[in-house]
Design a protein around this ligand. Sequence first.
Ligand code: ADP
Length: 474
Amino acid sequence: MKQQANLIGGEWKASDVSRANLNPSNPQEIIGEFADADASQVDLAVQAARQAAPAWARATPQQRFDVLDTIGSEILARKTELGTLLAREEGKILAEAIGEVSRAGMIFKYFAGEAVRIGGLAISSVRAHMDVVVSREAVGVVGLITPWNFPIAIPAWKIAPALACGNAVVFKPAELTPASAWALAEIIHRSGLPAGVFNLVMGDGIAGRALVEHPSVDAISFTGSAATGKLIAQHCATHMKKFQLEMGGKNPLLVLDDADLQVALDCTVNGAFYSTGQRCTASSRTIVTEGIYAQFREALIARTAALQVGAALDPKTQIGPVVDERQLCKNLDYINIGTTEGGSLLAGGKRLSGDGYFFSPAIVENHDPSARLNQEEIFGPITTLIKVKDFEQGMVVANSTPFGLSGGICTTSLKHASQFRREMQAGMVMVNAPTAGVDYHVPFGGSKASSFGPREQGGMAMEFYTKVKTHYLA
Ligand code: ADP
């Protein structure tokens, strides 16, 4: 199989080493062979970006708009083909994969608009005969490092604002999902963007680390594990690089006695299990007040057991495979930890037969909020079920982890919904909606250990990708 190469300085550059990309629905199927960048290729990519950066920073907003709009249009026009590729390499079902591709297209369209809206501030000086203007400029060369769970949307929500603000980009996608990244790079390559403004270096953490540590990189935007985020933070702090981190979650969904039962069940099943639970905003703790608990528990077990697990492209499938063997083993380990520490397995939690990495969505009941299963991110289709006395106790439990990405409540009480929105220590709060599933044009991010730095997506994304200059005019 021919190697799909890295994009460096506007040219496709093969690498000595290739990495095969496997289909998690059927690991016998090789989707492609992708170049594996070493530190020297990363260096070439950063140099190319450095050279291209000044001219792109001076490009007119209209030029940037045109490029981003062209990219967005092509992604949208090819959403079924790109969605099929994404479902094959990542394992989410086709409808979700096409949805993700559409989101990526809309993000490019949105940031095309932002490119012509970059504003500043004219403000009166405290001195006589002086004017003050505050403007925003490109940061320079930005390194973008992304995870495998949204292989086109997360790259889009970093690349689009970076280019809109006039930065040059070196993009390092996750090693498990290079096909969507490569397809996106190929579209960007033909968009009219000057050579070197956008560079793709595929590879694993070695390439990621080389990018983070390269002295010519001005800023790093990262989405991935807390452990890698910490390493990146340490390096960037020492070397005075701007950085932004999106990491884990342990997102609670609080179901109160007065909730609409069907709404609460829909939110739980969607939030906990869709996209195979592999969303950082997935509901991994379902906290339920005692009046509705027995009824909710029984209905949730039935709904969970009825979910169809199977190949991502099979139209009957509701829950696709886990992304790889390692993640499947992690899920099984956590089921074991959950029962060993006193939890009851109420549904699923088994490896299913078939060629792919199929795992049945699981519910583990454990009312102790300090249990490991109620504290640690698993990143699989597993939710815990926790019974609480009332809203007040539920609120305490909801806030009792180090994470703070997303939190949801199902209730018909305006009072409790309002109090939850105020008191939930999270970057995103949902009322009668799943903890996962967000709009593309508004800020995304968390608090506590989930995120660090300015928000991503929406107008606030421009904060990270620009630097501020204050002008005094006498
Ligand atoms: P996950 O558990 O989701 O794979 P990682 O944090 O390991 O989380 O991976 C997220 C992204 O970070 C991937 O693109 C991966 O290759 C990259 N990465 C892993 N280790 C490092 C590192 N030390 N420095 C920079 N990037 C890294």
